[in-house]
Design a protein around this ligand. Structure first.
Ligand code: ZN
Length: 517
């Protein structure tokens, strides 16, 4: 019996035939040595539910699939763009072709979705025929930045969960994990040179109740990732075709760091890791040379952990009240001829852009980094609507679009709030995410500056991983399709048709997604 073909995100070109390829005890997986890890990964997904051996054989130079094999192969000559792939399933064999290894990974994710949903089961499924329908698919992403963001500052989620989150991202063909690692309410990454960051900064005394943001639960909360865990997670993500963009917030959202090292703030004392949500007035002192040294040393360790090109430095929500009253900040402004505190923030960000650029990395920050003058090579992540992104792209800067009108997965997803867990507010239903266009409002000759977009998951109101997943999925599926698929073929009704079996897959994988039906 043929499975109806439903793939998310929708492939660019897809035709189906009448035949099927049925996996059996003799089916082998063949890959060149350079793609063996994708083949092993694919086999690992399927061995438990199918109870089939699915041995992986490495072979170089294969150009066509042998009978009863799933063959992975690299193609020459740019047949597919970056991350693109071709997938051919004929009665009796399947072949995935790609130019790069991440293309093969995406092809494997598509092939996975062609199998019965029981293929996602984490235990042996009995009585299932492991049939793959005959298809020809040619597919490549619309955007090179297809991200999900996760705030682990407001609530900490352990390393094992981060891996599950990455697995779920990979099924959606996301390729950027924006890991929001530092906050007023918690510092989450071990920095060996500054041990207080995890001894003090990773812990807070209490959190507000989700249903009442003005009352504290008096329950200590915290946690952090060791550098060993981070390295393990970075490698894990890389094997799934995902780059991690770490975020180290500066100059605002820094109270956990100030509680650890009070001399880094303008006031210099009496800081506590923040327990309430909202924006803190205490920020790094921009007039103190020790702050620059501290953050450079922190970044040195961060750069050693994260090999990706981009480092996110936050830059958002930095009140200027402390800087206005600080002799050090004011003296620096005078010395450098800075007209106001916005220019001081710009001076601060430019310093760290230079620091990162000299080390071969690129700086990305929230759209407030436009205020007071944008650092020359900075990439802007537009969140307060699309305005900042339009402005930056028009000025020739690269942008990642994450407007809070489409991309904030901490907002409500139905109008009946009583049926939903408490949230920070807002309303972005699934259909709204699906209507997102990252290039909307960008001048036609500047759209190449739009690297892509991402869904942002701020976790003030998400104390558990179950709630994170309820908020993230399936809105992430709509986002994935927006960022991967050809916008001219977008069809919400068809997306919903394909979403039903996709939700069954997520459910089998233990993802507690919201059911929109
Ligand atoms: Zn200061």
């Amino acid at each position: 019996m043929n499975n109806p073909v439903s793939i998310i995100p929708q492939p660019g070109y897809l035709t189906t035939g009448a035949g099927v390829f049925t996996l059996n005890a003799d089916t082998r997986i063949i890959a060149p040595a350079a793609a063996a890890r994708v083949a092993e990964q694919f086999a690992a997904w399927l061995r438990v539910p199918t109870s089939l051996p699915l041995p992986v054989e490495t072979q170089s130079g294969g150009t066509a699939a042998e009978p009863n094999t799933i063959t992975l192969m690299f193609t020459q000559g740019g047949e597919f763009g970056r991350e693109g792939y071709g997938l051919q399933v004929t009665p009796g064999a399947a072949a995935i072709r790609a130019t790069d290894i991440n293309g093969l990974m995406h092809g494997a994710q598509t092939l996975r979705q062609l199998l019965p949903v029981e293929a996602e089961s984490r235990s042996a499924a009995s009585g299932v025929e492991w049939v793959i329908p005959e298809v020809t698919i040619e597919d490549e992403p619309r955007f090179g930045w297809r991200g999900l963001h996760l705030d682990v500052g407001r609530h900490f989620f352990p390393a094992a969960y981060i891996k599950k989150f990455l697995d779920t991202m990979a099924l959606h063909k996301f390729n950027v994990f924006h890991w929001h690692l530092t906050e007023d309410q918690g510092w989450r990454v071990e920095i060996k040179r500054y041990s207080e960051l995890i001894e003090v900064g990773a812990w807070r005394d209490a959190s507000p109740y989700p249903a009442d943001r003005y009352t504290l639960d008096n329950t200590p909360h915290g946690g952090f990732y060791t550098q060993e865990e981070v390295r393990d997670i970075v490698a894990y993500a890389q094997a799934l075709g995902i780059t991690i963009v770490p975020e180290i917030e500066m100059p605002g959202h820094a109270v956990a760091a100030l509680a650890s090292y009070p001399e880094l703030g303008c006031v210099g004392r009496d800081y506590k890791v923040r327990t309430y949500w909202g924006i803190a007035e205490d920020v790094f002192c921009a007039g103190n040379p020790e702050v620059y040294t501290f953050l450079e040393n922190v970044l040195d360790e961060v750069l050693a952990l994260f090999p990706g090109e981009y480092i996110h430095i936050g830059g958002d929500e930095c009140p200027k009240v402390r800087w206005k009253a600080c002799p050090k900040c004011q003296a620096l402004m005078q010395r450098e001829g800075l007209a106001d505190e916005h220019e001081l923030q710009s001076y601060f960000i430019r310093h760290f852009e230079r620091y990162l650029n000299e080390r071969g990395r690129r700086l990305i920050g929230w759209d407030e980094i436009l205020e007071g003058g944008l650092a020359p090579n900075a990439t802007v992540m537009s969140w307060r609507g699309a305005k900042g992104g339009i402005e930056a792209a028009s000025a020739g800067h690269d942008v990642v679009m994450t407007p809070n009108t489409y991309c904030y997965f901490d907002y409500y997803q139905s109008e009946d709030h009583s049926a939903e867990p408490p949230t920070i507010g807002g309303y972005i239903p699934l259909e709204k995410v699906y209507a997102f266009d990252p290039t909307e409002g960008i001048p036609a000759d500047k759209t190449a500056h739009v690297l892509g977009g991402q869904g942002n998951i701020w976790t003030e109101y998400m104390p558990t991983t179950e709630i994170v997943e309820y908020m993230a999925f399936p809105r992430a599926a709509a986002m994935a399709e927006v960022l991967w698929s050809d916008p001219t073929t977008r069809d919400y009704a068809d997306f919903l048709r394909r979403l039903r079996p996709f939700l069954q897959r997520l459910d089998s994988l233990g993802v507690t997604c919201r059911n929109p039906f």
